[in-house]
Design a protein around this ligand. Structure first.
Ligand code: RIB
Ligand code: CA
Length: 310
């Protein structure tokens, strides 16, 4: 049983990742979920998280984090996720409760009180996680690993060189990568191959209440992905969680990963120092490949589990 904290910016792939996590209570004890401005504004991504958690009658603490990055204004991604940040499904609107406390203090207390070391799952810009490490350096002793979707060693998506989550807050990302905490990096090199096909998306339709929600999410996300040249849909964020549940479906390599924080074309670029005489710690397991069939099967089975509980 892993004690996990999930930080997210729902976002279609964030939502599918939350559902998959909730479907694995025997493997994951979710201490809490925090939201971060990213795909859309903090208000919108928080409302999206509330809608997803209410949809499956979850009982998990949900708390709003930072509205935006450490040093620059937030640039959202409406072109990818729509004006709501999670266009496609219609939600009745939920009053899923929000924890009304200082989010850093709350995250710290929950992790400090956890019976075992905690795994943080980062699905959006890394602002909240960086602030936690800066505000409470001693919490590092309670963190087993940070499994994050972000970056890439060969290309970007929001720019030719930078991936969106890192690009939104490179300063925060550098704090996290340089913390010395073991990191699992699900970057674009692997996440863009972790895709669900159009046929697999269609097979979710009207299969069950939660499977159909996934269909509605993915149907929008698939259409939206066409503008970026995708035919099938990469479920980026789910890679960071799937590794925790079934690491054997991935192949990866320990690397010393750094982030470019300068302004200019390379801002947000993540790179590995592969020099033979590098003295940097190879604390980041960079995921390079995934068994796509097993990856999709993990999602499908999670949705079926949740369907059976409705
Ligand atoms: O680049 C992909 C990442 O950006 C994913 O986390 C997606 O949700 C968006 O936030
Ligand atoms: Ca995300």
């Amino acid at each position: 049983m892993k004690q996990v904290w999930i930080d997210c910016d729902p976002g279609h792939d964030d939502a599918l990742t939350l559902l998959t996590a909730i479907a694995h209570p025997a493997e994951l004890s979710i201490l809490g979920i925090s939201t971060i401005g990213g795909n859309q504004t903090l208000e919108k991504v928080t409302r999206n998280a509330q809608n997803v958690l209410a949809f499956v009658n979850a009982d998990i603490p949900l708390i709003k984090g930072e509205p935006g990055p450490l040093t620059k204004p937030l640039n959202t991604a409406p072109e990818a996720h729509g004006d709501s940040g999670m266009d496609g499904p219609f939600f009745q609107g939920s009053n899923y409760p929000l924890v009304a406390e200082n989010f850093l203090q709350y995250m710290y207390e929950k992790m400090k009180a956890a019976p075992e070391k905690v795994t943080i799952v980062g699905l959006g810009p890394l602002t909240n996680i960086a602030l936690l490490l800066k505000a409470f350096p001693e919490i590092q002793e309670k963190i087993d690993c940070i499994s994050l979707m972000g970056g890439g060693l060969t290309h970007g998506n929001i720019t030719p060189l930078a991936e969106f989550n890192i690009y939104v807050d490179p300063e925060a990302a550098q704090i996290v990568f340089q913390s010395g905490i073991p990191i699992v990096m699900a970057g674009l090199d692997v996440t863009e191959t972790a895709e669900i096909t159009v046929e697999e998306i269609q097979s979710l339709r009207k299969k069950g209440k939660v499977s159909n929600l996934a269909y509605e999410l993915l149907n929008f996300y698939n259409q939206s992905g066409r503008q970026f040249g995708f035919v099938n849909s990469p479920i980026h964020d789910l890679c960071a969680l799937a590794y925790l549940l079934q690491p054997e479906m991935f192949r990866g390599e320990p690397q010393a990963v750094q982030v470019i924080t300068d302004d200019g074309l390379a801002r947000g670029l993540t790179f590995a120092d592969k020099r033979r005489n590098s003295t940097l710690s190879k604390n980041t397991l960079v995921l390079e490949a995934v068994n796509r069939t097993a990856f999709v099967e993990l999602l499908v089975q999670a949705l079926e589990k949740l369907d059976d509980l409705q």
